[in-house]
Design a protein around this ligand. Structure first.
Ligand SMILES: Nc1ncnc2c1ncn2[C@@H]1O[C@H](COP(=O)(O)OP(=O)(O)OP(=O)(O)O)[C@@H](O)[C@H]1O
Ligand SMILES: [Mg+2]
Length: 229
């Protein structure tokens, strides 16, 4: 690995090559919060990637101290490929991935804080729906009238809001199964716990639980990540 990179004049650095002036400004603004607004296909991923490369080249942080989050797998793969091309093997230690992939990575490190055993499994949406059907059957709810798929969407929405079953506000219960959705959600989470399993929404929700439960673990991550992209 080349330890002399920071000495190279900025204009020659490969990660700055070909950027237009606003992109360059965004890439070179390394301190404090930064918001970049731009349309589809206008070079956001390119800016993020160059910024990552610059942070590493300037030794502002080790790869393991940078958290880079994307919405889609496609964007995560694209970024990893581009960063690899720019800085090589150093990129291996980056925490780069989708919200869900990074959520899983953290959950794998602290399963006990979410009441899981280390070997926990992840249900895909089909498994999830099958389990919800069982929950509906056990509660004598007519799944023809109240489809599992609809309950799945409700549960997903609540998880995205960070609500565990006991945190769903009463006025949010809705019409599903005549207002029984919160109780069904609770039963579903109990089944998941029995199975030592999580669904996609839990990958985020359990992270929230971990950080709310254990201030030390929270502080550990707060100190670890010097840059979040
Ligand atoms: N300054 C530039 N000069 C030339 N080409 C550029 C420049 N910036 C970006 N590009 C190219 O434009 C294309 C889109 O860039 P990029 O993927 O970074 O955009 P994006 O905003 O992330 O797109 P999306 O909205 O699809 O996520 C890529 O092929 C990229 O290499
Ligand atoms: Mg992009």
């Amino acid at each position: 690995m080349d330890d002399t990179l920071p000495a190279a004049p900025a204009a020659e650095a490969p990660w700055l090559a070909g950027l237009n002036p606003p992109q360059r400004e965004a890439v070179e603004t390394l301190d404090g919060p930064l918001l970049v607004l731009s349309g589809a296909g206008t070079g956001k991923t390119r800016v993020l990637t160059a910024r990552l490369a610059l942070l590493l080249a300037m030794k502002r942080a080790w790869p393991s101290q940078i958290l880079a989050v994307t919405f889609t797998n496609r964007a995560a793969n694209e970024m990893r490929e581009r960063v690899e091309a720019l800085i090589g093997e150093m990129s291996a230690g980056l925490w780069l991935g989708t919200f869900h992939a990074l959520g899983l990575r953290i959950l794998r490190r602290h399963p006990e804080l979410a009441d899981l055993r280390p070997s926990f499994s992840i249900l895909d949406p089909d498994d999830q729906e099958r389990l919800l059907k069982q929950v509906l059957a056990d509660a004598n709810v007519d799944a023809k009238h109240w489809p599992a798929r609809q309950l799945s969407a409700i549960v997903q929405r609540w998880k995205d809001k960070g609500w565990r079953p006991d945190q769903v506000p009463t006025h949010e219960a809705g019409n599903f199964a005549n207002g029984r959705a919160p109780a069904l959600y609770e039963a579903y989470q109990e089944r998941l716990a029995d199975l030592n399993a999580v669904d996609f929404g839990d990958l985020l929700l359990h992270n929230l639980t971990i950080f709310q439960r254990d201030a030390e673990v929270l502080a550990q991550y707060q100190e670890r990540f010097r840059y979040i992209l």
